[in-house]
Design a protein around this ligand. Sequence first.
Ligand code: NAD
Length: 475
Amino acid sequence: ISNLRPVEPGQAPGSGIDAAFEAQRRAQLARRPSFDRKARIAQLDRLRDTIRRREVDIIAACAADFRKPASEVKLTEMLPVLQEIQHTKRHLRKWMRPRRAAPTLGVFGTRARVRPEAKGVCLIIAPWNYPVNLSLGPLVSALAAGNSAIIKPSELTPHTSKLIADIVAETFSPDLVTVAQGDAGVAQKLLALPFDHVFFTGSPMVGKIVMEAAAKNLTSVTLELGGKSPTIVGPNANIGKAAKHIVWGKFANNGQTCIAPDHVFVYRDIAAKFNEAVRKEILRVYGKTLEAQKATPDYCRIVNDRHFGRVRGLIEDAKAKGAQILQGGQTDASQNFVAPTLIANVSDDMEITREELFGPILPIIEYVDLDKVIDRINANPKPLALYVFDKSKSFVEDITTRTSSGGVGINLTVVHFLHPNLPFGGVNNSGIGAAHGEYGFRAFSHEKAVMEERHSITHMLFPPYSGFVQRLISI
Ligand code: NAD
């Protein structure tokens, strides 16, 4: 049943998906007692070996889908998954161990522990922008916690999605892990099933659809969503360093990164210097001419015509409303190419100030009054990431305290994704729950409360109620 495809002619709607789900459910129930740590580690080892063996194919598939540079594939698709496996193997014993819960007076004489158990059969729905990382990364956590899983990769990266299905099919039996390929319709069919957990990565708009569908089965969800991640460059920022981090965070993967710095608020007195530093960095990294930028192997493309049209439309809309293009702005529809673009003179009526940009456009907004910047951030949905560049600790602390976001990057961008001991996730509109390391393990685990009678005095809680109960309840 692995490598599920949309319904074939003559096949009952959803039957392939239903059968795959049932097979996993049955296997999960039969296997439950034998899901020990060694079995889980063996599964992770097999996944690691297949990923390594398929490195060339992974690079080729990502290149075919959106000309993703080989180095970026290794750095942002393979490394995070391999690192997740390594980290999980190292710590799984500790994460799986039941944790003692100390008693209080009312339950004196009992013994209690919190015992993580596998949720069961899980659904992982992935986006296209980091297709390998965001399909197989959550799978590591799901397997580590003892679950089985069906993965639904994105239809927008068909080469990579097909390869993920192949990788899974040659690594796992379908009653443990399988892949359902297809579009939103396939996702909807999957979501109608009573999974034990849904781990969704994608847009806030689809996140709401997923949560609504999960509610019908009271399935728990982890939602890894997106939005606009603001960046503040303060009066005492190291301008050169800030420019380097922001250019990499923004233009890697062609800006199609959930935690890319979306737009930059820069302190007015340093804005000219900062803009020039960013411009120079773009030219240094991606090439001084348009031809060089098109030719460099280090610059990705927009994933498809629709998104290309959307990103080009954002630039045109901004230009028509008086924005100043400081760098880039050129596009080539024949290869979904958008030059790395720096935009100043941005106003609130422009589309670039409203929607998540998800493309290689960096709007710069000058500010004088930090309170106004903070008010503006707080007036918008809570972002997935917020970046601050400044040498002053109190400046950074002030912003961190007065805003809410999934994560904060101080004098860096994006790399907090790679920290295995940090929870990765959003808050409200940017997500619910967290991924990575122990946080990922917990997302896929139920924390079961187990309490045992020893030499307890709990019988003193029973009627007729004694003075002990009276004292207890007068707390
Ligand atoms: P998307 O929400 O359009 O699609 C994600 C997945 O949902 C795909 O597999 C797609 O087939 C499926 N889907 C689409 N419409 C659906 C529907 N109506 N019902 C059920 N399933 C549906 O997102 P995308 O365009 O693939 O990815 C970009 C978005 O993902 C951005 O908003 C980005 O910020 C976010 N993102 C978040 C993270 C994170 O870790 N928080 C990582 C990457 C991307």
